[in-house]
Design a protein around this ligand. Structure first.
Ligand code: ARG
Length: 445
């Protein structure tokens, strides 16, 4: 008997791996979350083997029966992992073999763990991308909903974090919603990047058996097949694409988080945080802290780190499969989980914000916000803009600019489409909400 029992490669070995190295090499802790995809992929593979005439109907039925049982055990938590299960693929096949030795012995026909793990990851990415597209749309919808409600509440707009020109709260909130719509599109692209079926590529060079790849792809709802078999087992671009979408989404949310942190400070005091979305200090009794917004800001770095981690694994890696690729899971899962958590937190926080209309009205009474309007008024009367700028600047310098009008009129005069005035904000908010409702258009998972 071989010392490598429990291993899929036991026939080649007299002794098992050192237990310390067993632990070092195992990816089970992470990849057990791929279990549903591994089982679904194996069932589709078995049906493909049947379509190729490599299994009898009875053999296929036995494999499916066994795998359903394994799936049940995994779902209910009754599945017993072994120390020698180096990854989820080994665990599933090992258990199937215990339940039905012949089914276990036939399942891996024409397949390698190299194309198997590529398949599992692609299934994971497809599902994650469609969930994240949905979540991004929901967060954008939450912002648009608040924007519609606050469409005609003026506030100062800032450049360099200095008061610049009047906008509306609605317009500012929509400025945070718009990037999330782009994230939705990016998640959709990440879905499409993952949507290629790699089985049939084998370890790297395909198989001498007459596999029917199209049948497997159809079973799993894949649009396309991967092409070059060596590329198919080495490629993790689709994972990087998804992490990249998570990076940008995180960056966008971090900017929303930063605005909310500022607005909740006593210096701005544009928003109050209800208790449900705030935290206190263990020492300072007066404190009410915007921790959720800060964490949304702070956690955006995780996806960036994940991108660098995976890109570093891939850089300079020789074709085709190398065990380094096992290191794809931790950054991928971290980026996806984090994006999901941050989108949910942002959506909840936005829904709870209480805007202080009194403070906002005080802030927009600052005549400086209308200095550009004053210059533009002179331009409308025929003065060259550079001269008008100097004229108004002189008034500001010499103590006292008379604002030509207040926020209301200033905003009404801004005719631009999707601009800050209330009518446009309402229209844009409605457009965003309609878009969010239809996106993503139902994706297969
Ligand atoms: N646990 C491995 C991974 O995650 C599965 C593929 C193993 N393939 C191999 N040739 N050792 O990448």
């Amino acid at each position: 008997m071989s010392g490598a029992e429990g291993k899929l490669y036991a026939g080649r070995f007299r002794e098992g791996l050192l237990p310390e190295l067993e632990r070092f090499a195992s990816s089970l802790e992470l990849d057990r979350r791929l279990a549903p995809h591994d089982v679904a992929g194996s069932i589709a593979h078995a049906r493909g083997l049947r379509a190729a005439g490599l299994l009898t109907p009875g053999q296929l039925a036995a494999i499916e029966r066994g795998l359903r049982r394994v799936e049940e055990e995994l779902e209910s938590g009754r599945f017993r992992f072994r120390a020698t299960d180096e990854d989820i693929h080994t665990a599933v096949e090992r258990r199937l073999s215990e339940l039905d030795p012949e089914a276990g012995a036939r399942l891996h026909t024409g397949r390698s763990r190299n194309d198997q793990v590529a398949l599992d990851l692609r299934l994971f990415c497809r599902l994650a991308a469609s969930r994240l597209a949905r979540r991004a749309a929901e967060a954008a919808d939450a912002l648009a909903g608040r924007a519609a409600e606050l469409a005609d509440v003026p506030m100062p707009g800032y450049t360099h974090l200095q008061r610049a020109q009047p906008v509306t709260v609605g317009h500012h909130l929509l400025a945070h919603a718009e990037p999330l719509l782009r994230d939705g599109v990016r998640f959709r692209h990440a879905y499409e990047a993952a949507d290629q079926m790699p089985l049939g590529s084998g370890a790297l060079a395909g198989s001498t058996l007459p596999l029917v790849r199209e049948a497997v792809a159809r079973e799993l709802g894949f649009e396309r097949l991967t092409r070059n078999s060596m590329d198919a087992v080495s490629d993790r671009d689709f994972a990087l694409d998804l992490i990249h979408a998570c990076c940008l989404c995180g960056l966008h949310l971090s900017r929303l988080g930063e605005d909310l942190v500022l607005w909740a400070s006593a210096e701005f005091a544009f928003v109050r945080l209800p208790d449900r979305v705030a935290t206190g200090s263990s020492l300072m009794p007066q404190k009410k802290n915007p921790d959720v917004a800060e964490l949304i800001r702070g956690r955006s770095g995780r996806a960036l780190g994940a991108y660098v981690a995976l890109a570093t694994v891939l850089k300079g890696l020789p074709l085709t499969y190398d065990r380094d690729l096992q290191e794809d899971k931790s950054p991928l899962f971290a980026a996806v989980d984090n994006a999901e958590a941050c989108l949910e937190a942002a959506q909840l926080l936005v829904g709870e914000l209480e805007f202080d209309r009194g403070r906002l009205a005080e802030a927009v009474a600052d005549p400086g916000l209308y200095a550009t309007d004053a210059a533009e008024q002179l331009v409308a009367q025929g003065m060259p803009f550079r001269q008008a700028h100097r004229e108004v600047a002189r008034q500001v310098r010499e103590g006292g600019l008379a604002a030509p009008w207040g926020a209301e009129r200033s905003l009404q005069l801004r005719r631009l489409e999707a601009g800050p005035r209330s009518g446009e904000v309402r229209r844009e908010a409605a457009r965003l909400r309609r878009w969010a409702e239809g996106h993503p258009p139902a994706l297969a998972s």
